[in-house]
Design a protein around this ligand. Sequence first.
Ligand code: ZN
Length: 275
Amino acid sequence: MHDLSRLSVHTMTTKPWGLEDACRHFAEAGIPAITVWRQAIAPLGVKRAAEVVKASGLRVTALCRGGFFPALDGAGRQKALDDNRQAIDEAAAIGAPSVVLVCGAVPGLSQAECRKHIADGIAAVLPHARACGVRLSIEPLHPQYAADRSAVTTMAQARRLCQQLNAAGRADVGIAADVYHIWWDDQVEAEIAEAGRLGILHAFHVCDWKVQQSDVLNDRGLMGEGVIDIKHLRACVDAAGFTGDIEVEVFSNTHWATDQHQYLQKIIAAYRAHV
Ligand code: ZN
């Protein structure tokens, strides 16, 4: 049981709400922080979205998301760079200190080729991110998404990319550690500790892994509905020196179909009980 001072909720978690409703209802519920998805910005435009977020008084934890660097041709790779620079601009506009990267993968390219495109892509947009004061947070994804969403599937791969890309002593590129993606990894404790030592642990996302999932993307569990020992991973990030927001990121057709006000209260209760 703990207070809500570090709780952040992703707009995608309460997807039926637009950005204005999410900001209003999160603030009314005593949630101090929000992670904003670009899908929530798009209907308003970035200028209006920035006004809405600022007026809400919520702290902006991050912008989701950039990435998807690998492509089969040069035009596709260039398009990805342009899109990532735009995401960085949007983050700066809404006051988000970082952009979360779902790094990408493309059928037809090997995982190694994809990771080369990812490293080159992040290196290409990094100067713009630094100029805007925005950090880039690599989110390793569970290997079930290796074919088409991310060739970065472990904390160790993400850490090596950070070490390759960061200038000495900098942490402009870091890791967004999401319990859904990393809980199964026998190196997870060691890698969280190493990320902390290197100063590259940017973010911590929570939700749960249900044993039976009806959808590969949109059937995540709320904390406590699955098998992840979230408190253990929370203890690991605490021990690694992580003091940032703890972000509830749940994609769930089941929960999206319910009353979102009641669901928000469930999120708060689950956060208190299981994180
Ligand atoms: Zn996440």
